[in-house]
Design a protein around this ligand. Structure first.
Ligand code: UDP
Length: 172
């Protein structure tokens, strides 16, 4: 899916250069076994290994992580006990949990990476700063983008598109 205004009018062919910068969106469900919740170590390992393989091709990689394996704000709010804005904040914090897990696994595989969060949680992650994210990417670090857009009533799919445009990714 193109990340920004359509610049390409013809389909990519095998003669084209590979992508230089890619944004990968990982749904929260990828972190757990189908129909389950939380973080499954095997699934975490397989995501991290795929990222390591992608990095080995030389591509710059930004990763937006979802949080549906932990909390989906709209579903939680539907119970009637928690307002959606708060439930969405909880959902965004869930994405931070996934991001931290992914960071640890990637580091253990020797993949340099940083977590940036759209919600400020200075003790655990850098804030999302576009210029700093770009520098990490240029240095070959995987940048894991947590907390979606930082705003309730959005999803991490929106965040993926927004961040892809912001960091100049050629494809999501
Ligand atoms: N969320 C939000 N704002 C955002 C991104 C996410 O409020 O910009 C909340 C929302 O509650 C959402 C939850 O975080 O349900 C988890 O994100 P999402 O559902 O997109 O995760 P995925 O479906 O990709 O696992």
């Amino acid at each position: 899916m193109p990340a920004s205004a359509p610049q390409r009018t013809t389909p990519r062919t095998r003669h084209d250069k590979p992508y230089r910068r890619v944004l990968l969106k990982i749904s929260g469900e990828s972190f757990c076994k189908p129909g389950s919740f939380g973080i499954d170590p095997d699934e975490l390992g397989s995501i991290a290994n795929e990222i390591k393989g992608a990095k080995a091709t030389g591509v710059q990689l930004a990763v937006v992580v979802g949080g549906g394996n932990i909390i989906r704000g709209a579903e939680l709010a539907a119970s009637g006990h928690i307002e959606q804005a708060t439930a969405d904040h909880m959902g965004m914090l869930g994405t931070v949990i996934n991001a931290l897990a992914l960071k640890e696994k990637l580091l253990s595989l020797g993949v340099d990476c940083r977590v940036q969060s759209a919600l400020e949680i200075r003790a655990v992650a850098e804030p999302f700063i576009r210029g700093r994210a770009l520098r990490h990417l240029e240095k070959g670090r995987v940048v894991i983008l947590a907390a979606g857009t930082g705003n309730p009533f959005f999803t991490t799919d929106t965040a993926a598109v927004l961040r892809a445009i912001e960091v100049g990714a050629e494809v999501i």
